[in-house]
Design a binder for this molecule. Structure first.
Ligand SMILES: [Fe+2]
Length: 273
């Protein structure tokens, strides 16, 4: 059995470092063969600084996926151009920096990981994620064994529509972006493992990873406010997909919530600014 853990949106550099400090231990504890982390908010509402992204990869993530905020951290763009383990959505224009998918080896298999952005209530407006998925699968046909896609999208309807479109054609499709885990993890009729949203990695309390005060003041006054990260015990929502390698199908899904240790020093020296 090939065991793949997908971890939800990391909401701050502090949460990213706490996750990086414990991920190898998590891999051993759950007998994991592959781990992805959605890092599009790991710089706090923007993509992570390069040293935080590399800490997650050094810490035990095989691939980091992105979303609508990943390219908003300008300091990450050179890293995105050079390291295909950190993805931005594939349906960005071709001129955008970075990679929309990658193929990496794991347990003797070639694992394709793709990243797509939704178009319903999402910004920026991009090309069809359905067409982008189709193009990737056609271009890489015969060159991968397992295919995992992160669909970073707001609307559950759009996510479940893509699930119906890709069922039986990809091994796993998971949703990210809403920061709230959904209870629909399972195996679709043609063997694709699916969940509408993984949830998030960050501090308990607050509002989706941001402090209550900073969010409430925007809602109660209608005025623009500067968001601040939530504080409190750190956790990470994830789903484990158990995959039958011979049939290349998901056979079981399991939702887990990891308690993370208090943040430690970064596992990699921060880059000089
Ligand atoms: Fe997002």
């Amino acid at each position: 059995m090939f065991r793949f853990m997908a971890i939800g949106d990391v909401t701050s550099p502090t949460a990213a470092r706490a996750l990086a400090a414990t991920l190898w231990q998590v891999r051993r504890e759950y007998s994991l063969d592959f781990v992805t982390v959605n890092a599009e908010n790991a710089g706090f509402i923007i993509g992570p600084p390069a040293d935080v992204a590399l800490a997650l990869l050094d810490g035990g993530a095989d691939v980091l996926t992105g979303g609508n905020h990943i390219l908003q951290n300008m300091s990450l763009q050179a890293t995105l151009e050079n390291d295909s383990r950190i993805l931005r959505p594939a349906n960005y224009p071709d001129a955008a920096p970075g990679f929309g998918y990658t193929v990496v080896p794991a347990k003797g298999l070639r694992v394709l990981v793709g990243n797509l952005l939704g178009r319903v209530h999402m910004d920026p407006p991009l090309d069809s994620p359905f067409d982008a998925a189709e193009r990737i699968l056609a271009r890489e046909a015969g060159k991968y064994d397992l295919a995992f896609f992160d669909f970073h999208a707001e609307a559950t309807g759009e996510k479940t529509a893509l699930a119906a479109f890709l069922d039986g054609r990809v091994t796993v499709l998971f949703g990210t972006h809403t920061h709230v885990p959904t209870a629909d993890d399972g195996v679709l009729p043609k063997g694709t493992g699916y969940v509408s949203d993984l949830g998030m990695c960050g501090a308990r309390g607050g509002v989706l990873g941001m402090s209550e005060e900073s969010v409430l003041s925007r809602y109660t006054t209608g005025l623009p406010t500067r968001f601040a990260p939530a504080t409190g015990a750190l956790y990470a929502d994830a789903v484990i997909f158990s995959i039958d390698e011979s049939k290349r199908r998901t056979v079981k899904t399991e939702r887990v919530t990891l308690s993370l240790p208090a943040p430690t020093e970064p596992t990699r020296k921060p880059a000089r600014r």
